[in-house]
Design a protein around this ligand. Structure first.
Ligand SMILES: [Zn+2]
Length: 100
């Protein structure tokens, strides 16, 4: 089984950075992070979606921040993709449970 679950959004964020840097930081990491973003950390998910947005020129606004992703990278970047997948999963979960 994969490594221990990240216990806080901060830990998850550092995992996301690691994934973004290596491009393939462990095959399980992205799907695990999508699951956690969908179920546990809606705040972090919303922040990623807000920060990693199209700047109007097909570039990621969040990844222009030095040390966070790839400056000038194309959008959707990996983090945006993960957050979008988590969003879709969360919506599916909500529909299934009729949670309110
Ligand atoms: Zn980005």
């Amino acid at each position: 089984m994969p490594t221990a679950l990240p216990s806080t959004p901060r830990v998850a964020e550092s995992m996301l950075r690691g994934v973004d840097r290596t491009g393939s930081g462990g095959a399980d990491a992205p799907s695990l992070l999508v699951e956690l973003l969908a179920t546990r950390w809606p705040d972090l998910r919303a922040r990623l979606l807000a920060e990693h947005a199209d700047d109007g020129n097909g570039r990621c606004t969040g990844c222009r921040v030095p040390g966070y992703g790839t400056p000038g990278g194309h959008w959707p970047c990996l983090l945006a993709t993960l957050a979008q997948r988590a969003e879709q999963r969360a919506e599916t979960n909500n529909n299934g449970k009729a949670h309110r």
